[in-house]
Structure formats: C-alpha cells, structure tokens
Design a protein around this ligand. Structure first.
Ligand code: NAP
Ligand code: MG
Length: 453
C-alpha cells in the first residue's frame, strides 16, 4: 500500500504539495525495469551516450531557475545556493559526458598472447540522497553511474523530493531512454532498504548519517554489494596567528552557517592559535552579525531556515554551552535559528564532538602546530577542513597531517566537480566526483587472448 507525504516549506511551514510514496512492490517493479533497461543502455554507442548526457545537461541548465525555485520552496535554500546547485547538476553531467568514449582499459604485456582490461558497468545502481543538498548529491551519483553504462534508481529524502522528481522528468525530455534513470520517492526504511536487499541492485551510493550508513554497509555485506558512503563531518577551521586573520574571520561564518549548517563539510570547529584569539573573535563577531538570515528567496539571503522542526529541536539541545555571541534570525513561522558561536570548556564537550548539523560553531584555542593537528584529528570524522597561515611549509605540513579527505588552505572551498570528494575514518568510504569516480561505477575485467599455435 502506498502512502502520501506532505512537503512543507521550512521558511513558512505551509504545505507545498503532496507526494505519493512508493511501497516495496513499486520499488521492486522499478528495479526490474531498470535492470531490463541496462541491457540496452550499456550497449548504446559511447558517442551516443555522451550526446544524451550533454543533452540532459543542457535541459537542466535551461531549467535552472525552475529547479532553484523548487529547492527554495522545498528545502529553504538561499536563492544563490539553489541556482549554484542546479548548475552543479548540469556541470557534473557535462563533465561525465566526456567519459563514455574515454573508459579506457589497459593492455598488459604477457607471454603467448594479449592481455587487455575492460571497464564494465555494474548494472542497476541505487542512489540514496539526504535532504541537505538534494540536487548536487543526486547528480554526483547518477551522472557518473549513467556515463559508465549503468542504470540508476534514485531515492530522494522524504523531506526533499521535488527537485529529484523534476530531474527525472527532465532526463526523459532530454532523450535519456525510459527506465535508465528512475526517481522513486519513498521512505528510507522501505525504498532505501529495498535497494540494499534487492539482488539486482549492484551498488549503493549513500549520503547521509553515519548511523544509517553503517547499517547500509552491513546490509550490503550480505551480497558483497558495492557501496560508496558519504557520511558526517566535524571539520576544523584551523587559524594560525600568522594568517590573514581578518580574511579568515570574514569567511568563517560562510564556512559553517551556509545552508544553515546542514552541510557535511561545515567547519563546525574553529581552532584559533592562542595569541590571535582576541583579534579573531572581534572580527568574527562583526562577520556573524552581518550574516543575513532571512527569506531564502531573496538574492541577499546568506542563510535560510532549518529543514524541519525536528532538526531544529535536535540542534537546540546543543545550546546549553557558554555562548560567545549570536547572529539574528526572523521570528514567526518557519524553522529559524540564529547563527550561534559557542565556547566549549573542554574537548570533551558535546558541541565539540557531535555533528550538530545546524548553525552552531564551537571555538577553541591551540598552542602551536602540533597541538593544532592533534586537536583537529581528535574526532571520529574526517571529511573536510581549512588551514589559514602565511607560512607555505606549515600549510603543507598541516594539510598532510590532518586526517581528512578535502582540505583547503587560506580558503574554505572544498567542492569542485572535477576534483575528488570523500571522507577519512567514519566520514565515509570511497570518493565521488573528479576523474576517479568512474572506477567505483565499473568492474575491471581482465581478458587474456592466446596467440599460441
Ligand atoms: P539519514 O536518516 O541518514 O537519511 C539519509 C537518506 O537515507 C534519506 O534518503 C533517508 O530516507 C535514507 N534512509 C534512512 N534510513 C534508511 C535505511 N534504513 N535504509 C536505507 N535508506 C535509509 O539522515 P537524516 O535522518 O535525514 O538526518 C540525521 C542526521 O544525519 C543529521 O542530523 C546529520 O547529522 C546527518 N546527515 C548527514 C548528511 C551528510 O551529508 N553527510 C546528510 C543528511 C544528514 P528518509 O528521508 O525517508 O529518512
Ligand atoms: Mg534518519
């Protein structure tokens, strides 16, 4: 039996639309259709597959405003972010549209024959998407998967299905054959769980909480199903006294409060070298007060609401630690929280250890390079992080020493569609984006051809 989910605009708490959720039978039927479509999709000539992906990219680009408007309404993303996110889907499709003709194998010298390798598609790929970045995270999964000749079933998060559903329609409009890319709105416990147990789904691409990620990994073990995991983070923004403190402080709010802190890359721990603490904090306070938390549809908005009342309540539990200062937030309807800067008293404090996933940042001091590295690494996570210093040797030493997949020096930007993205430790398994992501959507097949008489 199917059920219906009412999508709520998190900035107004008004019902936007009702979405029919798939049950297990509908999920199975979609997986069977995707499995059937794999037979033809994998044999589409590489150049033709490439053209279809480019066409999909241009249709997405042409619908950028529409997709952004849907994301603002469904997820409370700021207009600036939502436009970037829609364009990111087009960019990722364009990037991987160059792949079908370039899925090279190797020719390896062997006696009495020829040895060659092929990169073969896996089959049906199940992509499970969270609610924090519905468009980019979907695209990072489906674009390389399709380029490598797989078909895709995609489950958006219950809270945020609207852009994914639209992307599914745009794929058809762009000429991607039916059943090659299918969006299946539904519950994680039903649709997502079925992706894990269904033997015809050959790989899971999961982004979301570490807790669910672990259960998915355990479930995949049953069939030795391939799995890529992008999980949580508790990234450090490490600010040395010799850095451009003004610049580091001016950029620190965006590094953690962007998307209301609901970002696995959020730099939610700020580590400041002791001698620069006062200077940093006064510049940081100015920047936090300037950070505009307002109606996300406005072009001036830096931050919108939280995704849900539940997520807001989960974040509020962390606000019992000493507060340095806060920004502002609208009152009235909507799941609003002001950006909040905490001063935890010890590295054991809850706010210093948990992924809060809201507009909350904790600040602590450190004493020199070794202490900075030790404190940055004192977490089960390892996704992202920043290092601010004018000493290039130190920047490289610290970058090499921090156990994290995506670091930036004198910058907070860690996502580019053409560079690899993924986590150390409990932040994940495998890498998305960039030139190597295709390897996780293909199997290497080795073939020996005898030239013996
Ligand atoms: P979540 O439960 O991990 O949800 C992520 C996705 O997995 C959603 O599509 C969800 O579906 C699905 N799912 C849930 N249970 C599943 C299961 N048993 N089998 C297969 N799929 C399943 O995350 P959440 O509950 O939305 O958020 C909780 C916390 O996770 C956040 O506070 C944050 O700390 C973290 N989080 C991290 C990221 C990230 O980017 N790394 C993203 C989101 C959340 P439903 O939508 O139907 O539940
Ligand atoms: Mg959950």
């Amino acid at each position: 039996m199917s059920s219906v989910y009412e999508v709520i605009n998190p900035a107004t708490e008004k019902v936007v639309t009702a979405i029919e959720l798939a049950d297990e039978a509908a999920t199975d039927a979609a997986i069977e259709r995707a499995h059937k479509a794999f037979d033809t999709w994998r044999h589409v000539a590489p150049g033709d597959r490439a053209k279809m992906l480019r066409s999909f990219a241009s249709v997405v680009s042409a619908h950028r405003e529409e997709l952004a408007a849907l994301e603002i309404e469904n997820s409370g993303h700021t207009r600036g972010n939502a436009l970037w996110e829609a364009e990111n889907v087009a960019n990722v499709l364009n990037y991987y549209s160059a792949a079908p003709e370039r899925l090279f194998g190797k020719q390896i010298p062997v006696p009495n024959g020829i040895d060659i390798t092929f990169k073969e598609p896996l089959g049906v790929i199940g992509v499970i998407v969270p609610w924090n970045f519905p468009m980019p995270i979907a695209g990072w999964g489906f674009a390389p998967a399709l380029a490598a000749g797989n078909t895709v079933v995609l489950k958006p998060a219950e809270y945020t299905p609207m852009t994914a559903i639209r992307l599914g329609e745009l794929a058809l409009e762009a000429g991607i054959p039916k059943d090659v890319f299918t969006v299946i709105p539904g519950k994680g416990s039903i649709v997502g769980a079925r992706f894990v147990t269904h033997p015809k789904v050959r790989k899971i691409v999961f982004t979301g909480s570490t807790q669910v990620g672990k259960s998915i990994m355990a479930g995949c073990a049953d069939q030795v199903k391939r799995v890529t995991l992008e999980l949580g983070g508790k990234s450090a923004n490490v600010i040395f006294a010799d850095s451009d403190i003004e610049k580091a402080a001016a950029n620190a709010p965006g590094a953690v409060f962007d998307n209301a802190g609901q970002d696995c890359c959020a730099r939610s721990r700020i580590l400041v070298e002791k001698s620069a603490f006062d200077k940093f904090m006064s510049a940081f306070e100015v920047a936090v007060k300037k950070f505009r938390v307002e109606d996300p549809s406005l072009a001036t908005s830096d931050m919108g609401p939280m995704i849900s009342a539940k997520q807001k309540a989960a974040v509020e539990k962390y606000l019992d630690e000493p507060v340095a200062f806060t920004g502002s937030a609208p009152s009235g309807p909507g799941f609003w929280l002001p950006p909040t800067v905490l001063l935890p008293t010890s590295t054991k404090s809850k706010s210093w250890n948990d992924e809060i996933f809201g507009p909350v940042v904790s600040v602590m001091t450190f004493d020199g390079e070794d202490d900075a590295i030790a404190k940055a690494n004192e977490t089960e996570f390892g996704l992202s992080g920043s290092i601010w210093t004018r000493d290039s040797g130190k920047a490289i030493r610290v970058s090499r020493a921090i156990e994290s997949g995506n670091l930036s020096v004198n910058s907070n930007s860690s996502v580019r569609y053409w560079t690899p993205f993924g986590g150390y430790k409990q932040s994940g398994l495998g890498r998305e984006l960039g030139p190597d992501a295709l390897d996780s959507f293909t199997e290497v097949k080795n073939v020996f051809i005898s030239t013996g008489k």
